[in-house]
Design a protein around this ligand. Sequence first.
Ligand SMILES: [Zn+2]
Length: 173
Amino acid sequence: MADTTIYCQICGQQHRLNEMELSFGLPDDVFTIPEAEREHRVTASDDICVVDNQRFFIRSIVGLPLIDQPGEQYHLGVWAEVGAPEFKTIFDLWEEPSQSDHPPFTAHIANNIPFCGQTNGLEVNLSLTGVNTRPQLKTLAADSILGKLQAEGIYLNDTMRFLHFDQDLPEEL
Ligand SMILES: [Zn+2]
């Protein structure tokens, strides 16, 4: 996957698939907190984000299968919110090599992913995958846009639209 290079019809350059991940820096709701208050109310690292010591977020991956690259996935780097008990369990398992044996946790996506409708708040299963890899999210609502994309996959050409989502592109994939 890392070596897959594709010509981008949007910007005209070559992109490597592993550099095309659309990643969200923080959960969307963090930006509803006035900037002056964020320093006191938000604790964030690359992996976790805690708001007011009562909302808990984990940096995770939404994988979309690539129809024309069987076995490969396009990765969206999104935040998932979990409850306090789930957060504690995940925290305790963080350095545990066998963490992927734990059953999936109920979580909710905490970002609106472009082209995927309303995903902030969408219920998902969060599965731990390993000490050096981010948790994977699986949409539970099969009839949601994201649920369909996770089930049916997208074409390699569609991934460029995520990379350039902030440009003026049609709404539908
Ligand atoms: Zn491009």
